[in-house]
Design a binder for this molecule. Sequence first.
Ligand code: ADP
Ligand code: 5GP
Length: 189
Amino acid sequence: MSGRLFVVSGPSGVGKGTLIARARAEVPRLELATSATTRPMRPSEQQGREYHFLSPEEFQRRLQGGEFLEHVEFAGHRYGTLRSEVERRLADGSNVILEIDVPGAREIERQLPDSVLVFIAPPDVGDLEQRLIGRGTNSPQDIATRLRIARSELEAGTDFRYVIVNDDVERAASQLTELIRAALDEETR
Ligand code: ADP
Ligand code: 5GP
């Protein structure tokens, strides 16, 4: 038996983490893969919980060892999906969810074409800025970088098979939950 891979993408601050947490509270056996990153840990974060926080040298060593399914550079730091977080779980029949950027999502789709790609879009770019400021985890300079990246991600995102606009959080979360349920139902039919 093999599980399904869901890839949730979209600009930083759009609400990916928020919507995924809500969907996971509703759908059993939907496991979030913990990515690796070289970016510094935020005060609210814990090693191995939000990310596997690695030094640039350790990230490079693992990359050379073939440990990543995909990896990118984002806003000056490296991020990557570890095979160890995904492959065994899928083989055991668990469903896995990735929260990654747009180029990473495309790479996963190329390698695993059965993946379900979902793009989360903001009502508009102004909302994105307000959410990033409101979250209180990024410097003004980092927010500016993320908004610049967001503009190109928003263009690329319209090509995704599924697009959810995160205007009202309740509505968007139930749309994501229903989409996941429908994909899993399809699997068992
Ligand atoms: P991402 O994981 O995409 O970077 P987060 O889930 O951290 O984004 O959300 C960024 C901020 O926006 C958080 O403070 C979150 O509470 C808030 N947020 C999420 N969804 C909505 C929404 N629909 N309306 C208003 N604020 C939201
Ligand atoms: P943050 O620094 O806010 O945690 O994440 C920045 C961006 O990197 C987000 O868009 C997030 O989805 C993306 N990201 C996190 N982990 C990975 C990963 O493993 N691969 C890719 N491609 N992007 C990731």
